[in-house]
Design a binder for this molecule. Structure first.
Ligand SMILES: Cc1cc2nc3c(=O)[nH]c(=O)nc-3n(C[C@H](O)[C@H](O)[C@H](O)COP(=O)(O)O)c2cc1C
Length: 191
């Protein structure tokens, strides 16, 4: 798959098939994160891959889904993620200004997932204290975000924004994701 094709194809997926993702494929996602650009090449990010059944159900209850349409896109039982990547910041390497590194690393993960046919949702709304205790995350690590993973059981539709950037569900329970138009965000040469 070409990179640009993966970029256009990637959508946040919140309904998943209950099919396991192989360890090899999960590791390939972290490999994509590992080689992402990093400010001063300090590489403060580390990852927990969660795929044990008992743990994935506990992690699920620390996450909030699709605020604009909540609770309609909370994944029901039988459609929940089959794995998670928890994105950590090693505070001993860097406590501040890691956000750009993190964006680049996570996008590498999301695009590599598309290439493997895996759906993902980047989640920032997390009960972090609870998650820290479930996964034994030490104090010298920040929990930043969680990436939910699984083979997609929905096909959200990207469309040009009309009045609002809020995603919405249509009568067929399909998620529509408005994106601002190119001419509204691109400034050639001068503003
Ligand atoms: C930093 C960040 C945090 C996000 N947090 C959540 C979240 O907590 N829950 C959720 O369901 N989606 C979350 N999303 C996914 C966004 O809702 C989604 O990217 C947006 O609606 C655009 O849809 P798209 O990813 O299909 O282009 C997050 C996305 C980003 C970039």
């Amino acid at each position: 798959m070409r990179v640009h094709e993966a970029i256009l194809k990637r959508r946040s997926i919140r309904l998943f098939e209950q099919k396991e993702i192989s360890k090899k494929k999960l590791e390939k996602l972290i490999e994509a994160a590992r080689v992402a650009p990093s400010s001063s090449n300090l590489q403060p990010l580390e990852y927990i891959l969660v795929n044990e059944k008992k743990l994935i159900s506990k992690v699920f209850f620390t996450l909030a889904w699709a605020g604009y349409v909540a609770p309609k896109r909370n994944p029901p039982e039988g459609k929940r993620p089959v794995a998670y990547i928890v994105v950590l910041v090693n505070k001993e390497i860097r406590e501040k200004s890691y956000e750009r590194d993190l964006g680049a690393s996570v996008e590498n993960i999301l695009l590599s997932a598309v290439e493997e046919g895996i759906g993902s949702c980047w989640i920032g709304s997390i009960k972090k204290k609870k998650l820290r205790s479930i996964l034994n995350v030490p104090k010298n690590y920040l929990i930043d975000s969680v990436i939910a993973l699984g083979y997609p059981a929905e096909e959200p539709l990207m469309e040009e924004m009309k009045n609002s950037t809020k995603y919405y569900l249509d009568n067929f329970n399909r998620l529509h994701v408005p994106k601002r138009k190119l001419q509204d965000i691109l400034h050639w040469n001068k503003f």
